[in-house]
Write a protein that binds this ligand. Structure first.
Ligand code: AMP
Ligand code: FE
Ligand code: FE
Ligand code: ZN
Length: 280
């Protein structure tokens, strides 16, 4: 079937996206996508509402998350797919990240206060009370206070890596993240490998026991696709893809801008179904 397109990378209001899980599924349908995984940062909260919506629309949905990890000072995002949504291992890991983020956000707010830009912690939760809070929420609160005029500016001047109000927080290693995903019988994929700053980190990651890499990404040029696809093929890894849709906070990344075919989607869907039957 040639018109099969499944977007395996997007963010909802449960992390730093601007559409609810329900809205994302409706949008996916309206764009004639044929499958989806919602990969919020460090949370699977989206699935609480997404599963019943997807079921009622008979829309194929695979469990997913994008976990934040660090390898030798370099931030690495790891996509996890196909784990059971009942997995205690994944739930505990998300809880650990939630606590990590609470402490980290407080440190960033302290730094902003020291730089004359006080923000109340409650201001961060105003629009999305159930979300995992990250730097984009801090950027939006800074705009609301009038300290800066755009999200880009917030990252560029204050909260981007290496800037005066940046703090990495407690670090979770790539190895631990891989171990957790595999214990939960999920598949671990290197997210947007072209965005990883440090070349030696990429080399190290390619020697680790990942199950695949994200070879198709919204803003890849054709030759970038080709490079990562070849690397994955040589390793006999899965090649996943998606848009990294975040809604209006990243308007250049529309849902469905990148996708996988039915063959890849079926591998992940089968994995998910077998894990749902016997959760780890
Ligand atoms: P956090 O997980 O809290 O460290 O925030 C990381 C998120 O911030 C990423 O997933 C992006 O959505 C967003 N982000 C990172 N860098 C930038 C940037 N320069 N401009 C806008 N958004 C960014
Ligand atoms: Fe994000
Ligand atoms: Fe990412
Ligand atoms: Zn993402």
């Amino acid at each position: 079937m040639n018109d099969f397109r499944a977007d395996l990378h997007c963010h909802s209001t449960c992390s730093d996206g601007t559409l609810t899980p329900t809205e994302i599924i409706h949008l996916a349908k309206s764009k004639n996508l044929t499958g989806l995984s919602i990969t919020d940062h460090d949370t699977i909260g989206a699935y609480t509402e997404a599963v019943s919506v997807a079921n009622s629309l008979q829309f194929p949905l695979i469990s997913g998350a994008e976990f934040s990890s660090v390898h030798e000072q370099t931030n690495v995002h790891i996509l996890a797919y196909g784990f059971s949504l009942e997995s205690k291992i994944i739930h505990d890991f998300c809880y650990k990240h939630c606590s990590r983020r609470t402490l980290r956000n407080q440190t960033i707010l302290d730094l902003l206060k020291m730089h004359g830009m006080p923000i109340d912690e409650l201001d961060l939760k105003e629009s999305t009370p159930h979300a995992i809070i990250g730097r984009p929420h801090i950027a939006l609160a800074m705009i609301k206070k009038g300290y800066i005029t755009s999200i880009q500016q917030a990252f560029h001047l204050y909260i981007g890596e290496g800037k005066s109000c940046y703090h990495p927080g407690q670090k979770v290693s790539v190895e631990e993240t891989l171990d957790i995903i595999h214990q939960a019988k999920g598949l671990a994929i290197i997210a947007h490998p072209h965005l990883i700053q440090n070349v030696s980190t990429v080399k190290r990651l390619l020697d680790m026991n990942f199950d695949g890499l994200e070879g198709y990404y919204a803003r890849f040029h054709a030759n970038q696709n080709e490079r990562w696809v070849k690397i994955a093929q040589n390793k006999n890894w899965l090649i996943t893809g998606g848009s990294d849709f975040h809604g209006t906070i990243k308007p250049t990344l529309p849902l469905g801008a990148s996708w996988v075919n039915q063959e890849t989607f079926s591998i992940l869907l089968d994995h998910f179904k077998s894990n749902q039957a016997t959760p780890a």
